[in-house]
Design a protein around this ligand. Structure first.
Ligand code: C2O
Ligand code: CU
Ligand code: CU
Length: 504
């Protein structure tokens, strides 16, 4: 059986570097995923039994914009403060969270290609270092919030970078401190960063709506429970998938309207396979901006960390829902959450006809294929699990190694295209992410079957399903250290991360 294979392989390869491995007490819990008599069904407390009810159906709110403090052209200057705050997700319940500028998700940042960005980050989280990582953005390594550059509690620093021409896209920002990323993100620290194009081919009449998905778990008293065993293994999946912090909000549009939607999976570990019931969907962009040409889709899979840009066409009156479909990403133990049938957003389409909806252009922008690779690398993802005297140890490894901040795993040359082959030999899907650049997925291989990528696209995060190999082309244009890791943040934290040193 699959699970036994996992365990046997795990026991044989467990590493001694316990620093990166999870240590869990076994006293009051049984181990999920193991067939040990009648114990296997015991859940590890990951799923709240009496989930708190959240109000739903409120009008979708626009994320508040981070105000630019200067009117100097070409400069975006602002402050982001991470600090404890209290949110009200459920009626009458206070939820202690971490917030950027008092809110979760954090304020929406909008800047333009060619802009200079200067953001002062103040860390007011008690006793914890933090950083701001600019996920997917082409910023210099020393401005990218690497775990090697912590901002100590009670201190601040400035992140400064230039947004190159052609980098328009749907990026985001979140903390990346060593060993605390998962917790800081699920407690509330994540926000969207849109780089706008100077000339945007998408009709302005479609609007531009940002939808940030997060995944909230609330205890009966309104607090956010810490991570249990199942969370560490599978990544933390909550009880409520929220959109811009709201449960199933409503949006009103006229019949025939088209809307530009930017979907963000800012959850720690929730795979979102999405479809519209009653609207058609056209994919126009991925993590790193627009595609060359629009591509129709019936459904899209958005794994943790990924973004997608869509045009939704609402051609029939009445309520239309954005809902989730089943997606089996490999789940360890009991308590697999229901993936299907979550309604994330409801769109009320009126009888009145929308006016003046220009067609979507057939060509969006040119995407040049990356050059033939100078070399190729193979990165093998595995999971390990072992029992010892004090509990169970789990590790998530790349090429047999758990993350070590002091170790350089890969040295690459500035400007040189490489072929990366990401091989998932584990029992769960792992969304693979590389900092500092956008890559092009070439093909996927599974059971000897190779399928080419459906279109050329700029990506910084790609799901590598269990048993699958993904081949991608990648080039880094700035020297310095970069991280690559699984974007299930608990897996990143438990070792599935490496350091790439880019040298001139
Ligand atoms: Cu969102 Cu290291 O990444
Ligand atoms: Cu990143
Ligand atoms: Cu993972």
């Amino acid at each position: 059986m699959h699970r036994r294979g996992f365990l046997a392989a795990g026991l044989a390869t467990v590493l001694a570097s316990s620093r990166a491995l999870a240590q869990m007490k076994m006293d009051d819990t049984s181990m999920p995923g193991m067939d040990m008599g009648g114990n296997a069904g015991h859940d590890m407390g990951a799923i709240a039994q009496d989930a708190v009810t959240l109000p739903d159906g409120q009008a979708l709110r626009d994320l508040p914009l981070l105000a630019n403090e200067t009117d100097r052209p070409g400069l975006f200057r602002a402050r982001l403060t991470a600090e404890p705050a209290v949110a009200r997700f459920a009626e009458g319940l206070d939820t202690p969270i971490l917030a950027y500028n008092g809110m979760t998700p954090g304020p929406l940042i909008e800047a333009f290609e060619g802009d200079r960005v200067e953001i002062t980050f103040a860390n007011r989280i008690d006793g914890e270092a933090s950083t701001i990582h600019w996920h997917g953005m082409p910023v210099p390594p020393d401005q990218d919030g690497n775990p090697m550059d912590p901002v100590a509690s009670g201190t601040e620093r400035v992140y400064a970078f230039d947004l190159p021409e052609g980098c328009a896209g749907s990026y985001w920002y979140h903390p990346h401190p060593h060993g605390r990323t998962a917790e800081q993100v699920y407690r509330g620290l994540a926000g969207a960063f849109i780089v706008k194009a100077k000339a945007d081919p998408v009709p302005i009449e479609y609007g531009d709506t940002v939808l940030v998905f997060t995944d909230l778990r609330l205890a009966a008293d309104g607090s956010m429970p810490g991570n249990g065993m199942s969370d560490l293994m599978n990544g933390r999946v909550g009880d409520h998938v929220l959109v811009n912090g709201q449960k199933n909000p409503r949006l009103a549009v006229a019949k025939g309207a088209r809307r530009r939607l930017r979907l963000y999976n800012a959850t720690n570990a929730r795979f979102l396979k999405l479809a519209f019931d009653g609207a058609t969907m056209t994919v126009i962009g991925t993590d790193g901006g627009l595609l060359a040409a629009p591509a129709t889709a019936d459904e899209v899979l958005l794994s943790p960390g990924e973004r997608i840009e869509l045009i939704a066409s609402f051609n029939r009156p009445g309520p239309v829902t954005l809902y989730t479909l089943d997606y089996d990403r490999g789940w360890m133990g009991a308590g697999r959450p229901a993936d299907a049938g979550l309604t994330l957003l409801t769109v009320d389409v009126s009888e009145a006809e929308a006016e003046g909806m220009p067609p979507l252009p057939a060509r969006l922008r040119p995407i040049a294929p990356l050059a033939a690779p100078a070399l190729s690398r193979r990165l093998v993802l595995t999971e390990t699990m072992a029992m010892n005297a004090t509990g169970m140890e789990m590790g998530f490894l790349i090429n047999g190694k758990a993350f070590d901040m002091a170790r350089v795993d890969i040295v690459a040359k500035v400007g040189e295209t490489e072929l990366w082959e990401i091989v998932n030999q584990a029992d769960m899907d792992h969304p693979f992410h590389v900092h500092g650049t956008q890559f092009q997925v070439i093909e996927r291989e599974r059971d000897g079957m190779v399928s080419k990528a459906p279109y050329l696209a700029w990506k910084d995060t790609v799901n590598v399903a269990r048993g699958e190999t993904v081949r991608l082309l990648l080039r880094q244009d700035r020297p310095g250290p970069r991280m690559y890791h699984c974007h299930i943040l608990e897996h990143e934290q438990l070792g599935m991360m490496g350091v790439l040193d880019v040298v001139a």
